[in-house]
Design a protein around this ligand. Structure first.
Ligand SMILES: [Zn+2]
Length: 502
């Protein structure tokens, strides 16, 4: 029953609208959602906060009345919100909508939010995936002093691009979905792989030892790991007690070798969460026209009360900070939004100062600064879309359709109707008049992991690289799907025979 529902709902595509700021994402999303009678999920790390409606370019009140918007205006200005928080909430809403037969429409402003739902990963270089299997509830308490691996994560955070695309990174303690699946299969079918060296080890005794781990030295614990997972043991120094224990625990809980689980996770990192049911619409605009449009957009924001909005917000949330002698913090929450920093000097002036020539000049400069950063930001966004979704060397590439918004007078023809047609072709399984953008992966990049593209008929998914494909065919996931499909086939056969008898 469960499986059947999954099959049906997987036919409903998840539609993602991407594009740099000011390309008309909101407009298209509302039109599409109205046409399909569905709801919109906002994937924008600034619009998720309450306030600053003008400067963050939120869907207007009217647009929000026309279509239900999720993940908009849900946080207070200083709240922290990680990409994992986003992903967890968004996936729940997506599942909910698909179960109702509705097409989820996800509108991106923040590319890494989108990545977290398109691919099975959190962020790209999540090397510390061992942490994902850490049993927080139990052992963390005992081992708080062994904070060995936290430093690595901190450094990685600091190395990230310092833009407001990077509000938050997942931390060590966050768990990805796949982990839950792994622990579910604790006692069943554990022998597909991973048990070869472990026959001699008594699970019950080991469990008791781990529960009383304080009695053992680092070396003794390391030896215990070596007996079950020599590959993992070779990778870990005995002094790395926390990780050694964790690897043992993985085996106790799942019956599978930690080293193998990690190898598999690495393999699935670039895979689509919903293969065959992910459609990306990329709104683009010719550069010079787009620059012009962005400048106008700032002017429109000014007419809509941008300055007053910033002033009010500044007075409400930043002033008390400044009075306490602390500088305003533009690195947290909604304060990272484009426009705030740019207007800082002006916002700090008192009423009298604002009225002077000097003050007026400062305001003009702030406006120019905002225009410049907006244009720069838009360029960066497009580059990122290209790099993360289209030309990423290890990721499965979803179908991405380009929609040209350069000529606004042809919006219906070139954007709206085209988008309708593409989505409908996925919904009805009917032919599509348009082709997704062809993938141009750099030859050098491809060589890193073979340049072939292999399709696994069993799992119905594309796997890039021969070596990766080879590993995939032996992987637990592949075997599981294979087993399920066989079972289903047999059941259908039996049913057919039964009917023949009747
Ligand atoms: Zn497969």
């Amino acid at each position: 029953m469960m499986a059947l529902r999954t099959v049906i709902s997987s036919k409903i595509p998840m539609v993602i609208i991407l594009g740099a700021t000011g390309t008309g994402k909101t407009k298209l999303s509302v039109e599409l959602a109205q046409k399909l009678g569905t709801e919109i999920i906002s994937a924008d790390s600034m619009q998720i906060y309450k306030g600053l409606d003008v400067v963050t370019a939120k869907a207007s009140r009217r647009e929000q009345e026309m279509v239900k918007h999720h993940l908009l205006d849900i946080l207070e200005p200083h709240n922290m919100f990680t990409v994992v928080d986003f992903r967890n909430r968004a996936l729940k809403i997506i599942d909910n909508l698909t179960e109702q037969g509705k097409v989820p429409i996800i509108v991106g402003g923040t590319n890494y939010y989108i990545e977290s739902i398109v691919y099975k990963i959190l962020v790209e270089d999540m090397n510390d995936s061992e942490a994902l299997l850490w049993d927080k509830s139990r052992r963390k308490r005992d081992l708080d002093d062994y904070s060995d691996d936290h430093d690595e994560v901190e450094t990685k955070k600091a190395a990230k691009e310092p833009t407001h695309e990077t509000t938050a990174n997942p931390s060590t303690s966050e768990i990805i979905d796949e982990t839950e699946n792994i622990s579910e299969k604790t006692n069943s079918d554990t022998c597909i792989d991973g048990t070869k060296n472990t026959q001699a080890v008594d699970k019950e005794i080991l469990k008791i030892d781990v529960d009383n781990e304080k009695k053992f030295t680092n070396e003794e614990i390391h030896t215990k790991l070596k007996a079950i997972d020599p590959v993992m043991a070779a990778r870990l120094h005995p002094n790395n007690r926390r990780k050694v224990l964790r690897s043992i625990e993985v085996w106790l809980k799942t019956g599978r070798l930690h080293s193998e689980i990690l190898a598999e996770q690495k393999l699935s990192e670039g895979q689509l969460r919903r293969p065959g049911a992910t459609v990306i619409l990329w709104l683009k605009c010719e550069q010079s026209i787009h620059d012009e449009r962005l400048n106008n957009r700032v002017d429109v924001m000014l007419q809509e009360g941008l300055i007053q909005e910033l002033l009010d917000f500044h007075a409400k949330h930043n002033m008390h900070r400044i009075k306490d002698g602390k500088p305003p913090d533009y690195t947290k929450g909604i304060f990272q939004t484009l426009g705030f920093k740019e207007f800082h000097d002006y916002l700090m002036l008192n009423e009298e100062q604002k009225d002077t020539e000097e003050g007026k000049k400062l305001l003009q400069e702030s406006i120019e600064n905002m225009k410049t950063s907006t244009r720069r930001y838009a360029r960066r966004q497009n580059k990122m879309i290209r790099g993360r979704f289209l030309e990423h060397p290890f990721r499965e590439v979803p179908p991405i359709y380009e929609l040209d918004t350069t000529d606004i007078t042809k919006w219906n023809e070139l954007v709206k109707n085209k988008a309708f047609h593409i989505v409908e072709s996925y919904l009805n399984g009917s032919p599509c008049d348009y082709k997704p953008i062809e993938v141009i992966i750099d030859e050098d990049k491809k060589k890193i992991d073979g340049n072939s593209r292999n399709y696994c008929d069993v799992c119905e998914r594309l796997i890039i690289g021969d070596k990766t494909y080879e590993i995939h065919l032996k992987s637990y996931k592949h075997m599981k799907v294979l087993k399920k499909k066989k079972k289903l086939e047999e059941r259908n056969k039996a049913r057919a025979e039964q009917q023949n008898l009747d």
